[in-house]
Design a protein around this ligand. Sequence first.
Ligand SMILES: Cc1ncc(COP(=O)(O)O)c(C=O)c1O
Length: 379
Amino acid sequence: MICSILETIGNTPLLTIAGSNKANEGQVLFKYERYNPGGSIKDRAAMYIINEAERRGLLKPGGTIIESSSGNFGISLAMIGAAKGYRVIILVDPKTTKSNLALLKCFGAEVIVVTEQDDTGSYHKTRISLANKLAKEIDKAYRPDQCFNLLNSEAHYKSTAREIMDDCSNQITAFITAVSTGGQLGGISKYLKTFAPHVQIIGVDAVGSSIFGGDTHSYRIPGVGLGWTPMNLNMDNIDCTYKITDEQAFLTARAFARNEGILMGPSSGACALVALKVAQELTPQDRVVCMIADGGERYIHTLFNDEWIEQQGFAAKVKMETIRAMAQELQPWSQSPAASANYRLDLTQSLDVPESTLHMNSELLRRDCDTHDSCIYID
Ligand SMILES: Cc1ncc(COP(=O)(O)O)c(C=O)c1O
């Protein structure tokens, strides 16, 4: 195949995990997003949003892309910016790993480290506010705005969800993914609830994040969580949620590297643990599709470093049988997730979300309501 780097985004494989998945339970399939050129699922939303921005004249030659991201979305934008010739500025925080910082810089992105925490103890709000401020000050700036831009979930509705259904010939019993901006879970759940409503949709968050309600405190799983329910996610489409601890996520990811030869990051470790649990309660005719949002190279100095993992107080060696037993003990956080949704529409004003995002969202919501599709968020 002869093509540009950006044309290699998508069409990722679905992997079996024969060694960790018993023959008498549901079949677990990993949607392995590491094979996107930027190394994660975020390439899909980043490419979709940038293409739309160009098509609508919001991003023009000589423009600057400004985004708040502690990792994968920033790396995807940096790669796309390099390929298309845009200046890229990414606002990260102290939790951003050395590897992610190095990747951003190798694509030529400018990096700003935001050190001020917000009222939930995380950096999401402070990063977003500063990104919005800079976008106003810099000439020809464009804010993809993954947290508030509904094109984020639309990207997954249009690509990821269809790929999964096509690859499984529409035969899926449950779908599992982690959540932060709600792009993946929002877009894929909307597609599945429309075209395959029998599929059980399961969302995974970190203990310490409050997307599905509950207390907020610091946690170490990168890429997941938020202090509110993101507007890209319609909780009416979610059947069940789990909250996973740092230790559970880290140990599961390490076990899959050693036992299956599959590298994944901590958010995917969290999802894989839930996938094992769900499969244990199903039959071999059932398929459980689990999103593996990125690979492990980004976590080589943390998750996959024995000294680092021991410093966190976690075991460096763990058997898959221990992980399977841990999965069996898991309990859902909620089986009626919509009841604990924590939408914060006031944030669009207090964080000064750009007009271009609000305008885009009204258009998408109007179109959804006109076509009698469910509106993406409820107020
Ligand atoms: C590794 C990883 N997993 C899961 C997520 C959550 O995805 P989303 O923001 O689409 O909810 C992210 C988001 O950055 C991520 O980087």
